[in-house]
Design a protein around this ligand. Structure first.
Ligand code: EPZ
Length: 418
């Protein structure tokens, strides 16, 4: 398994391009199942999760071509299967996103239950209840979600909690249903909006995306479209935390600052100087960060996907910070590893109290999940001496060539391939 070796203590300087958003590209690739025409996507990041999704679509018989580094075309005109197998789904729970489109277009789908993951049990009961509300005959059999529906019927669906992929699955199911569907308590994430924008280009009739009430009027079929995936706000936020911890001055190109309000204001509170334009962000830090309290929240609140990264910054900050993780039940796996680097953190249930220290010292640490990996890299950039981050296959799921981008900014970081 690959590792990253980081020599800490070097400020960052320079500029890098932000890649397309993983969490927009994943549902958008699955939306290609909704038409026999070709859907052409640009700004698709080269990530392991994207490769897994393309592998799953190919197993269904979808023609997937990566014409260039970031251009992907999807043509679902000759499907040979309607099943997402456990072997694939267990490696990426977002595979559940084929359920809605398969059911909407083909009237049936068999998708393995994803099972939990490091950050939590992560059930899909809301997806199932929502599809049942749309008229699907849906049950769990032998570890699979088995769904059938001659024709889905529009309905008012209110999820018990805000669920990003739940909203996306139900939106993709509703676009071909008979009549009107209203999704209440819908997720407002920019990635949900990006999916809706693609679906509208494909001929869907959707209003209210970006709010907690999305109205979808079903149509009989969808056609092909061309779409550019939005920039990854979590990748961008991770690099902002990196310059906050290591110091220096960086520019992020191809970014979308308007989707990063909560992250940018928290980092300004921590002491970063941040300027931004339409598609760029400039951030500099030349002093010790200040401790910032925060609690994770659905968009537009502070993203849970940024929690581990900002915690890494807080470990070095002046003062004590209190962090509340309100979305997932077990998203503090990075804490044990940050302690190995000399951080001072106490966990009490869903709250972490971080007492800032003046220095971290490099050590060997183990990545446990995607954003925890980023947190350890950020801490390693600031730690004295050498930090070895193991099991970085977690990192490769959601960050495109992170070590290359950090090296371009002057970090001393290299991949050790096993
Ligand atoms: C999406 O996961 C993201 N993944 C996650 O990003 C992100 O952390 C999460 O949203 C929250 O923002 C993708 O978009 C592919 P949820 P998702 O359904 O949709 C509970 C990353 O790092 N819930 O919004 O799976 C759930 O357990 C990944 O890029 C149910 O109980 O998250 C959680 O506590 C990690 N039943 C809460 O809701 C359901 O049916 C929010 O989960 C669905 C969700």
């Amino acid at each position: 398994m690959d590792k990253l070796r980081i020599k800490g203590g070097y400020a960052l300087k320079g500029e890098i391009n932000i890649s397309g958003a993983k969490n927009a590209a994943l549902p958008i690739l699955c939306a290609g199942l909704l038409t026999a025409d070709t859907v052409t996507l640009s700004n698709v990041p080269k990530l392991n999760d994207i490769a897994t999704t393309l592998k799953l679509l190919r197993q269904l018989g979808v023609r997937c071509e990566r014409a260039s580094d970031d251009l992907v075309s999807i043509t679902a005109n000759q499907l040979t299967a309607l099943e997402a197998p456990y072997e694939l789904v267990k490696t990426m729970r977002a595979s559940i996103l084929v359920l809605g489109p398969l059911l909407a277009r083909f009237g049936e789908a068999r998708v393995s239950l994803p099972g939990g993951c490091a950050i939590g049990q992560r059930p899909v009961d809301q997806h199932i209840q929502g599809l049942a509300a749309l008229g699907a005959d849906i049950k769990i059999e032998h570890g699979f979600v088995v769904a059938k529906a001659k024709k889905l019927k529009g309905a008012v669906v209110r999820t018990d909690m805000v669920t990003v992929t739940g909203t996306e699955n139900l939106m993709m199911a509703a676009v071909l249903a008979d009549g009107q569907t209203i999704l209440e308590n819908a997720a407002r994430e920019p990635e949900v909006v990006d999916l809706a924008e693609l679906l509208i280009k494909m001929g869907a009739r959707i209003k209210g995306h970006g709010t907690d009430r999305i109205v979808i009027d079903g149509v009989s079929s969808l056609h092909g479209a061309t779409h550019e995936v939005i920039p990854d706000r979590i990748e961008a936020g991770s690099f902002l935390c990196a310059v906050g911890a290591a110091g220096g001055e960086i520019v992020l190109r191809h970014a979308a600052p308007e989707t990063m309000g909560a992250t940018i204001s928290k980092l300004q509170e921590a002491g970063l100087t941040i300027k931004s334009g339409k598609d760029w962000i400039q951030a500099s830090m030349h002093k010790r960060p200040k401790a910032v309290d925060f609690r994770t929240h659905e968009y537009p609140g502070f993203a849970t996907d940024m929690q581990a990264q900002l915690m890494a910054l807080n470990t070095l900050a002046e003062g004590t910070s209190v962090i509340a993780e309100t979305i997932f039940e077990n998203r503090f796996m990075h804490v044990q590893e940050l302690l190995r680097l000399g951080a001072n953190i106490d966990i009490d249930g869903h709250t972490a109290v971080v007492r800032g220290v003046t220095r971290l010292s490099g050590a060997t640490v183990m990545a446990t999940d995607l954003r925890a990996s980023a947190s350890l890299v950020i801490a390693g950039l600031a730690a004295e001496g050498e930090t070895l981050v193991e099991r970085i296959y977690h990192l490769d799921r959601g960050y495109e060539r992170m070590e290359h981008k950090l090296s371009a900014l002057g970090a001393h970081i290299e991949r050790i391939s096993s």
